[in-house]
Structures are given as C-alpha cells and as structure tokens.
Design a protein around this ligand. Structure first.
Ligand code: GTP
Ligand code: MG
Ligand code: ZN
Length: 296
C-alpha cells in the first residue's frame, strides 16, 4: 500500500530529497531511476508528487512543470528575489542591483529591493539609493536587521512566496533571515569563501516560515556571470524608460547615441535618474562586448 501525496522539495542532498506536504508532514524521498533516464534533476522549490509506502519511505514520482529555475542557487518556482544592498558597510554596488533587476525581468520574478543597515548614519544614504529606483521597482524597503526597523513590512511582503536572496557579501542577507525567522544562520559576511577566494559549493535549502513562505539564503556571490540579457532586450527592461521610449525618433532606439532620443532628453531634464542611466549605458556596452567575444 502506497499513499500518493503532493508537496514541495525544500532540500536535496546526495539523492535524498526532503519534501514538505500541505498537511505539514515531511518525507525524505529517493528519486527513482526514471528521473535520471529523462535527464531531470529535482531541485528545491520543485512541486512534486510522491509515494509514501507503509514503512514511511517516500519516492519522488513526478516533478510538476517549473515556472522558472535559478541556477546558482538551484531553486525552482521562485516568486520573488530580495535584492539586498546596504546603506553603508559595504558601499552599495548598484550595478549589481541593476543586473539583478534584469535577471528578474528575464526570469519573470518580482524584484524587491531591500536597503539594509539603515541604523548606520543619518539614513540619507538609504534614501539616496531608494531615489534611484522609485520609478523602476514597486517594492523598495529600508530596513535594519540589527534594530528591527522595517522588518514587519518586509515580513508582510514575503508572506506566501518562494523567495531567493541576492546581493553582495556582508550586506546582511543571513542577518535579515535570522531576525525575520528567529534562526541562527552564520553571519559575518564572506564566511563561505575558501582561501582561494572561491565560494564553496553549497546545496540550496529552502527555509520555511509560517504562511507557506519559503526562503533560500544565498552566499554573497553574484548569481550572474554576465549581463543576463542581449543588448537589444535591455532598454525594454528599464521600466522608467517606458514613459518616454515611444517618443524616440527611431524604433529600436538604444537611447545611447541616437539623435532625438526622448529617454536621453528625460535624463537631461532630471526625469530619469542620471546615475542609473549612466550604469545602463555601461551595462549595454558590457552586453555588446560579451556578445562580441561569445564566438572567439
Ligand atoms: N549595523 C548593522 N550591521 C548589520 C546589519 N545587518 C547585518 N549586519 C552585520 O553585517 C555583517 C554581515 O552580515 P551577514 O548577514 O553575514 O551578510 P551576508 O549578506 O549574509 O553575507 P554573505 O553570506 O557573505 O553573502 C555582520 O557582521 C552583521 O552583524 C544591520 O542592519 N545593521
Ligand atoms: Mg550570508
Ligand atoms: Zn531613445
């Protein structure tokens, strides 16, 4: 006698997958050979069907279709990326934030910008960062894992979603999870680097919070090896450009060197944030370089 159940993989190590079911029970499951034959690898975040035999042992039967799939960390069906930056210590890498926003756009993931460490200084740094993104992103939260400021709102935003954290090392990703979920994850930043400066491979694991919330902590490496889009796709991924881009003289305007560009005019008029626009130009050029060298 087997019972068939459905649930979500929250962890996978050495061919054993921990599946959390809707009734709150969890089962460690093996994947049958079937997956290997099909070349399918179950990963955390996968919604699955399992069979549990009378000894309580479980087997994965089926992986339901994925909405999306992140590679590093390997997590499926991600609703939300928490892009964490620090108001100070370390100085924010906003180019990374911009690239992570492109990644969200490409993967169909809702971005949430979290500006942590607002307890340091007078708070003006956090506001300066926020000002660069107000027209680009709906959710921008200013918080402090240390003081607890803003964490209630953050918790509310996360509720019921599958979430990945991203951002530079030492911005406070693990600290935020500790404060939000009452955990004891290792903090201090850079903790997972080896002496060669490379990050150790870690198996992604989804932490669970009440209300069907699943969160993957991520060590502070960039999930991105290069700009996650083709050059021509990038302008359309900048939401704050969309008000203006229809008025450019050329269809397909890249808003860089073309004449009569409404986006550039909006930058000059102070309607589009100049710093974000400058990084946009850099990112597009990087994407062009990457493509040029792709077939070298
Ligand atoms: N002042 C202040 N310090 C913080 C805050 N949040 C985290 N820190 C400190 O920042 C350092 C780095 O925090 P972590 O949580 O380890 O950062 P992380 O983003 O997880 O770093 P990686 O795991 O390397 O990617 C620690 O020393 C924390 O105590 C905060 O809100 N305010
Ligand atoms: Mg960490
Ligand atoms: Zn233009």
């Amino acid at each position: 006698m087997e019972t068939i159940k459905s649930g979500k993989i929250i962890k996978g190590v050495g061919g054993f997958y921990t599946v959390l079911c809707a009734d709150g029970s969890s089962h460690v499951c093996k994947a049958r050979g079937l997956f290997r034959k099909k070349g399918e690898t179950p990963i955390p975040g996968d919604n699955v069907e399992i069979a549990v035999d009378k000894k309580g042992e479980g087997y994965l039967l089926k992986i339901l279709p994925r909405v999306n799939e992140l590679l590093r960390p390997a997590v499926a069906n991600v609703d939300m990326l928490l892009i964490v930056a620090a108001a100070a210590e370390p100085a924010p890498d906003l180019e990374l934030v911009d690239k992570l926003l492109l990644y969200c756009s490409r993967q169909g993931i809702r971005p949430v910008i979290v500006i942590n460490k607002c307890d340091i200084g007078d708070g003006s740094e956090a506001e300066k960062i926020k000002a660069q993104y107000v027209n680009a992103v709906d959710d921008i939260l200013i918080v402090s894992a240390a003081s607890g400021s803003g964490l209630d709102k953050l918790k509310e935003t996360l509720s019921g979603n599958t979430i990945c954290l991203a951002g530079q090392s030492a911005v406070g990703k693990s600290s935020l999870l500790n404060s939000l979920l009452g955990l004891d994850l290792k903090t201090g930043g850079l903790s997972v680097k080896t002496e060669r400066g490379r990050h150790t491979t870690r198996h992604a694991e989804l932490l669970t919070a009440p209300g069907g919330t699943f969160i993957a902590d991520t060590p502070g490496f960039s999930m991105l090896e290069s700009v996650p889009a083709e050059p021509e796709e990038i302008p359309g991924m900048y939401r704050e450009f969309s008000l203006y881009s229809g008025s450019c003289r050329f269809v397909g305007c890249m808003h860089i060197s073309e004449p009569d560009c409404a986006v550039k005019a909006a930058v000059e008029a102070g309607e589009i944030n100049r710093e974000r626009y400058s990084r946009y130009v850099k990112i597009v050029n990087e994407a062009i370089e990457t493509r040029r060298h792709k077939y070298d």
